[in-house]
Design a binder for this molecule. Structure first.
Ligand code: G3H
Ligand code: 13P
Ligand code: ZN
Length: 317
């Protein structure tokens, strides 16, 4: 059942985080639904601009509608990840999305506010909620490269002004993470003092954590043992920090890179071990199962595992 993102946030806020997983194709979608049902977890499917262009945005929508029929017990929202203004309007007008993200974080504060406000007005008129971003994550986000040295954490004082002026429903905050597989040099953790300060300033507004993949060393090792050349220093967010962050208002946790690593590991190992094969279905089947296990594991770490019944109850009220 597709629900609004706001309905998921209402139940999760301050207690657990909802996993927001990017999908691009049917195999990922199958694994995602299977993993979330196996762990009884609500979830958010997110579609990036790149994903919408990869095959066709209508193809992704059709895949999700089919998954809805195949897995009638699943409870989830559909979200646009890192939208620009034009893509947000396209999604709002489509009638298919539960929420959109307007990412104008690369603009000045004033311009970010102005753009976000316009999107909020259009979205709220249709009952769709809006995630907006303030602060700059390190690393690379689709078209926008943010130099690691310029990574700038969200200022809690600005956060309260931003939410007040824009009316956005959730705030993507820069709290020490970045997109991709190379997040930190040496050991670093989430900036809990910043999360805490933001929550104090905007209590009740869900905080969104982008760049939340954990980039397991074992996954990188296996990929490289099967022919990959990933930098072994690749590392990400400690999964054991998801839940403490959730208790401080981090309600949506975005995970994409870790799923890509599962895909790469499965396919590299399969074709290394079966060099004469060329049918993509055998590794595809393995991927779906492995992806489902990966999703169920993430949901355990996020605290969303087992919460589907609570969401179902809350929908009756
Ligand atoms: O933050 C970006 C997400 O990982 C989506 O990646 O834009 O390559 O689809 P993408
Ligand atoms: P990762 O690259 O850490 O998976 O982050 C994904 C993300 O933030 C999508 O918006
Ligand atoms: Zn992101």
């Amino acid at each position: 059942m597709i629900v609004t993102t706001a309905q998921l946030y209402r139940v999760a806020y301050g207690k657990f985080a909802v996993g927001a997983y990017n999908i691009n194709n049917a195999e990922q979608t199958m694994g995602l639904f299977k993993g979330c049902l196996a762990s009884n977890a609500p979830f958010i499917i997110q579609l990036s601009k790149g994903a919408r262009k990869y095959t066709d945005k209508r193809m992704l929508e059709a895949i999700i509608r089919s998954a809805e029929e195949i897995f009638p017990d699943a409870i989830y929202a559909v979200h646009l990840d890192h939208g620009d203004e034009e893509t947000c309007y396209d999604c709002i007008d489509s009638g298919f999305y539960s929420s959109v993200m307007i990412d104008a974080s690369h603009e000045t504060f004033e311009e970010n506010v102005a753009i976000t406000k316009r999107v909020v007005e259009r979205a709220h008129a249709k009952g769709i909620s809006v995630e907006a971003e303030l602060g700059m994550l390190g690393g690379v986000e689709e078209d926008i490269a943010v130099d690691e040295g310029n990574a700038c954490l969200t200022n809690p004082e600005e956060a309260v002004e931003f939410v007040k002026q824009t009316g956005c429903d959730a705030l993507a905050a820069a709290i020490g993470t970045s997109h991709g597989a190379y997040k930190f040099k040496g050991h670093q953790s989430l900036h809990f003092h910043v999360i805490e300060a933001i929550q104090k300033k905007i209590p009740g507004t869900p905080i969104v954590m982008h760049g939340s993949s954990s980039v397991p060393a074992e996954e990188v090792r296996r990929i490289n043992a099967a022919g990959g050349t990933l930098d072994p220093s690749a590392c990400g967010v400690d999964e054991n920090e998801y839940l403490p962050a959730a208790k401080l208002g981090v309600t949506k946790v975005n995970i994409d890179t870790d799923g890509r690593l599962v895909w790469t590991r499965v396919h590299r190992e399969f074709f290394r071990d079966h060099p004469g094969d060329f049918d993509f279905r055998p590794p595809g089947k393995i991927f779906i199962e492995e992806y489902a296990n990966f999703i169920a594991h993430k949901n355990e770490k996020l605290g969303s595992a087992g919460q589907i019944a609570t969401i179902r109850e809350s929908l009756k009220k």
